[in-house]
Design a protein. Structure first.
Length: 364
């Protein structure tokens, strides 16, 4: 046997076991690789009921303790469950698919367009340019101008941040705001949802110039026909008719009956943000729909929409942190989204989830 052949066989003999003995690589887990140097981004996800759906007797003044505690957490940006003006502009360009979504989730900036002469894109560009050169102490006229641009860009909650930062005597028409827009802003302050009564209020008191609309409805799709829409609704409603849903309804009714004080409102938020809520919501809603037996898989389609929406919401929240790495972001969102957003965002290398207990359960 030649010396060359012996060398080849020897090498093959001793190298083969290395491949056999190699342990399989563990699946890659993005969450295991967190930022090692510098300040990591912190995200607090506040699950909320939709305030517009609470009993008419609810007094927004009772949000004072909750808002004060959120203010004490010192968020550097606040994201809200709302569609951006730019996304609504896109949805309007595709009414064949999104007509119902536009009616339900998009605010119409037509009045602001008429007052400023700017469409959504042009107003957004001007607002961004204005903010890029924003002075440390802007004048009242500059704030009114920015509010008008936010309205024309479809960013109503951000316009309200500017409105709240103005002294009351300066909340008047002028600088792009006409009497109709002023009336709309004042009316929204009185009848707003959590995007205004929590997010915009805390943002203004925190010295922010805007809030960030992070919701996404591009996964919405109409049923093929009225019969399919009816069948889908019936199948999912049947799935939702379960003991977990009944438990949630009883709990919500008890919490809503005790909202006459700031302490009662805080108790409601503690309950909505309890860790155990996530599984209860899943079993009541998405888990039940996932297993509903219709041959058309109506429930599975609904869950696909829900997961897609939350993934896109999470990406929008993550994008907010690009401008200033190492920031604190408060997310104010419907309670059913909370656990999904926390799970998705926790996978990010440069994000740490901050629990709500430090805010909701701190000693008075």
């Amino acid at each position: 046997m030649s010396r060359l052949l012996v060398s080849i066989l020897f090498a093959a003999f001793f190298s083969a076991p290395a491949f056999v003995a190699a342990a399989p690589a563990a699946p890659f887990d993005p969450a295991a690789y967190k930022l090692q140097s510098g300040r990591i981004n912190e995200v607090m996800v506040l699950g909320t009921p939709h305030l517009s759906q609470l009993p008419k007797s609810f007094d927004p003044a009772h949000l004072s303790t909750l808002n004060a505690r959120l203010l004490g957490w010192k968020p550097q940006a606040i994201a809200i469950e709302a569609l951006s003006g730019l996304q609504c502009a896109y949805l309007r360009s595709y009414p064949q698919r999104y007509a119902d979504t536009i009616k339900s989730y998009c605010w119409d900036p037509a009045a602001a367009h008429a007052a400023t002469g700017l469409d959504v894109v042009a107003a957004t560009v001007q607002a961004q340019r204005l903010l890029a050169a924003w002075p440390a102490a802007p004048s009242a006229a500059q704030r009114r101008t920015l509010a008008s641009l936010f309205l024309a860009g479809g960013e109503r909650a951000s316009a309200l941040v500017q409105w709240l930062r103005l002294p009351e005597a300066e909340r008047r028409a002028g600088d792009g705001l006409d009497a109709r827009l002023v009336s709309m802003l004042n009316d929204r302050l009185q009848r707003g949802g959590e995007d205004v009564l929590i997010a915009a209020v805390v943002a203004a008191k925190s010295g922010h110039e805007q809030v960030y609309a992070m919701d996404d409805h591009t996964s919405d799709a109409p049923a093929d026909n009225a019969r399919e829409e009816k069948a889908s609704g019936e199948a999912i409603m049947k799935a939702w008719d379960n003991p977990h849903t009944a438990q949630r309804k009883r709990s919500s009714a008890a919490l809503e009956a005790a909202l006459a004080t700031p302490a009662g409102v805080l108790a409601m938020y503690r309950a909505y943000n309890e860790p155990g809520q996530a599984e209860l919501i899943f079993r009541s809603d998405f888990g039940a729909a996932l297993e509903e037996p219709s041959p058309q898989h109506f429930g599975r389609n609904y869950v696909a929409y829900w997961e897609t929406r939350n993934l896109r919401m999470a990406s929008n929240i993550r994008e907010v942190m690009m401008a200033r790495p190492g920031m604190r972001v408060l997310v104010v969102v419907g309670a059913s989204h909370k656990a999904y957003l926390e799970a998705y965002l926790s996978q990010m290398h440069d994000v740490r989830i901050a629990g709500t207990d430090a805010v909701l359960r701190q000693a008075d």
